[in-house]
Design a protein around this ligand. Structure first.
Ligand code: 3PY
Ligand code: MG
Length: 261
């Protein structure tokens, strides 16, 4: 009889994502372990470590992921380079997010780079994910199942090809980048413009039909309403600096109101 592998302990981020659980996170754009540790303890389901923009690079992975403790970190790599995918996963990332994926062929190559042979071409090595050698064999057995591959759809071409992209095996979620999508549609900075909203609807309905989970980013909680109503389960709201700005402004307004009394 075929053995089914039991889940050890809590389900991984990838397993929760595949189960369609609502997962709330925020972007991290600065390489500060103190901030990551604070965010990780403040009640989020995941952290979106952004290496596409900002100043985080691969040399920060281990310290940031250590600081996050049990809060899963998903790393957005700067492009589609298999070396970056390997380094993020080797450092113990719960998954990767690949930006600007326009075709099914690109999506297939990204999935391959994230999976060990025979499923893919991920290189063998030792790092934090493998307990620096303490848990190598165990990690090799679990890695493909327990790491998430998230593909960003954020261009006119991606929207045109979305059915083929969503059909690629091994994709755990398609994450809509509304800002790049707006720019690609000639609506720079206007994520609420009609052509952008229509393109987002098209991606979401195609993913729904294909049974692929959808992620969405907004700078504020208010901007997430439509995506959640349309079935997005993976949510990234703001980033650490925007959250700080919002908290400072709210505190300043509260203090100004007290002072006027
Ligand atoms: C975008 O809005 O373009 C994004 O990539 C958000 O993460
Ligand atoms: Mg983007």
């Amino acid at each position: 009889m075929k053995k089914t592998r039991k889940l050890r302990g809590a389900p991984s981020f990838a397993q929760r994502l595949r189960a369609g659980e609502y997962l709330l996170g925020t972007l991290v754009i600065t390489p500060a372990p103190e901030i990551v540790e604070t965010l990780a303890g403040a009640g989020l389901d995941w952290l979106f470590i952004d290496c596409e923009h900002g100043v985080i690079d691969a040399s920060h992975f281990v310290s940031l992921l250590q600081a996050a403790g049990s809060c899963p970190c998903v790393v957005r790599i700067p492009g589609h380079d298999p070396a970056w995918i390997g380094r993020a996963l080797d450092a113990g990332a719960a998954g990767i997010i690949a930006p600007r994926v326009d075709t099914a062929a690109q999506a297939r190559a990204i999935v391959a780079a994230a999976k060990y042979p025979p499923r893919g071409t991920r290189g063998m090595g030792l790092s934090r994910a493998h307990g620096f050698g303490l848990r190598h064999a165990d990690y090799l057995r679990r890695a493909d199942d327990e790491t998430a591959v998230i593909i960003q759809a954020e261009s006119r071409t991606a929207v045109r090809n979305i059915a083929a992209i969503a059909a690629v095996p091994g994709i755990d979620a398609i994450f809509i980048g509304p800002n790049d999508l707006a720019a690609s549609l000639g609506q720079l900075g206007r994520v609420d413009a009609r052509p952008v909203v229509q393109a987002i609807d098209r991606v979401m309905s195609t993913c729904r039909r294909a049974g692929v989970h959808v992620g969405y980013f907004s700078v504020s909680a208010a901007g997430m309403g439509q995506a959640l109503a349309n079935g997005a389960t993976l949510a990234a709201v703001g980033c650490e600096t925007l959250l700080l700005i919002g908290a400072v402004r709210a505190m300043r307004d509260e203090m100004n109101a007290l002072q006027r009394r």
